[in-house]
Design a protein around this ligand. Sequence first.
Ligand SMILES: [Cu+2]
Length: 132
Amino acid sequence: MAPFPQRRERPAARLVRIEASQFAYSPGTIAVNLGDTVTLELVSKDVVHGLFVDGYEQRISADPGQTAAMSFVANRPGMFRLRCSVTCGALHPFMVGQLHVGRNALGWRAMSLALLAALCGLWLLPLGGRPT
Ligand SMILES: [Cu+2]
């Protein structure tokens, strides 16, 4: 058995590669711990895309097929919007993502898994009672 995750994780260097294509980021949600030094690598799969981190005021842009990177210390907790900072097409305003800065990124993951499990449970519930 793995030991329980520690309550307070030590700040670490985190490298996250984000693929951008019209009109989404992959992954769309990033979770890091407070105090982590975060390096975001933006890779553009089609046209020129940008990445702007609300709250941290960090901005990069990547040319088609190219990679751009930026680093910052995640010293503000909360949820921050990631936005495309380059007009990349009709649905450009909807090209957004999320950055979660928390004390424990595992907590976010566990929470979304629990939510997913609950939603699946609700979805499957009526099927069980249906006669065949
Ligand atoms: Cu874009």
